[in-house]
Design a protein around this ligand. Sequence first.
Ligand SMILES: C[S@@+](CC[C@H](N)C(=O)[O-])C[C@H]1O[C@@H](n2cnc3c(N)ncnc32)[C@H](O)[C@@H]1O
Length: 551
Amino acid sequence: MQATKVADTPIEVICDLLTKAKELADGNANIPEDLRVNLQKALDIACGLDSYLEKMSSQESAPLAELYKKTMEHDWDEVFKENKTQFRLPKECITGLVEGQTLKMLVHMSKAKKILEIGMFTGYGALSMAEGLPKDGSLVACELEPYLKEFAQPIFDKSPHGQKIQVKTGSAMDSLKELAAAGEQFDMVFIDADKNNYINYYKFILDHNLLRLSGVLCVDNSLFKAKVYLKDTTDKNGLALQAFNEFVSNDPRVEQVIVPLRDGISIIRRVPMSPGSAGAQSKAIDDEVFRGVNGRSILDRMRLDGRVAYVTGGGQGIGRAFAHALGEAGAKVAVVDLDQGKAEAVAEELKLKGINSIAITADISKSAHVERMLDSIVSKWGEIHIACNNAGINMNSASEDTSLEEWDQTFDVNLRGMFLCCQAAGRVMLKHGYGKIINTASMASLIVPHPQKQLAYNVSKAGVVKLTQTLGTEWIDRGVRVNCISPGIVDTPLIHSESLRPLVQCWLSDIPAGRLALVTDLQAAVVYLASDASDYMTGHNLVIEGGQSLW
Ligand SMILES: C[S@@+](CC[C@H](N)C(=O)[O-])C[C@H]1O[C@@H](n2cnc3c(N)ncnc32)[C@H](O)[C@@H]1O
């Protein structure tokens, strides 16, 4: 700490005062020694704090260090004299390392993606926060002086995070009005411009919803060299900050803490309130539509973290897409397939994406295989929450030619196997009082797809729907929901067989959506049916066929 430096923070003010007191004590022989010792101790504590925090905090990146150096070495008086800036800018108004790293940490912790800064100066705070943003994050920095944009931009350009920053020059209030008119909303706002206007910025931001609910607002200099709580304050900025802190602490729309870091940073969180209710008497809305069920937004309610799922026929096509979707949503996934290699390949794909998965080989038409499949999952993960019974076969033949063997084979997998899986998974789920069973039926349960002939398949899939409806109603009061998904004609390797390929043109003319289904078209449905968001749905046949069954 340099003796000549103007005290900018409460701790620097204390330091100055203690230094003066110590000098007085040192020059006075009547001062008791222990008072002198205590003064020195207080001085060491106060004056050592900032440099210790700076040393212990994560160090700044090279572009930030360059920005800091360039700001410190610049002749701001000269810039002002040459009329390049409207105001004389003190270099000390830069946020600096500790505050910059604090802001960056808050960006990380709040998972902010869109940030607004009011008062950018040379961009130290802006770049610190941008470093905490994800790749697709963005930061709008409002700055009065166009000179500062030119000053900062070359260093922003050197940083991989610089392109996230968009500088808006001119009055911050004008920029706020523009942003509000464009319907913009931010996850985090940092106010650090003209102190007299803090209250106006704050009110405008909250009144125009520029800060999203639960978003974070940080305000710099909220202790203003301690002038906010000293009784004899006459300083205009000190009084403005005092009034500002007072206003925020009485504002029911927010929660606030003031952290005594440097010159004080207020961390303010916007709490859920009824739209437009700013008055002190306003009541926070406390219903599940507003806050989300158990405080979870609709997308969070579709997460499957901690759930255990299996997908039969998971080695390819629809089943593989289901396995990925359930895993991406957070579930552990057992990939079940008749073909061991395929099951293992998909389980490996999932592991590559960080999804906990295992491969199981099973012929679901065999009761012993189904039992073994369930046992392996339960012994590995303790329970089963999501049973995705997807395995199925289709052997096309005209009805008059359909052999009993073909009929039996189709029914063994599509209906007997489906029943075996539902029953075995259902038993585990009923024991735990919770479960989601999702069966793959088919649009063929509703219409007779043509011109191909597939009697056994159509009838078996109609059976899957009735099985689903019956189980869905039988088990719902014990916590187990059973639904099915009926895809239209899906573009999988199966339909590229020589016999089916010529039919594609014919099918397309029957599909309002103008294309075949992709396996990815079905993924959201399986996640929805597997999640709590669909808890009131049971026995349902969710048809996803581009409108084909309606023509
Ligand atoms: C304390 S400095 C900001 C420090 C900056 N946040 C950082 O990280 O280093 C305040 C800045 O606010 C700007 N400013 C002052 N009044 C303003 C206004 N009405 N609109 C926009 N910016 C303003 C000043 O030009 C100055 O650059």
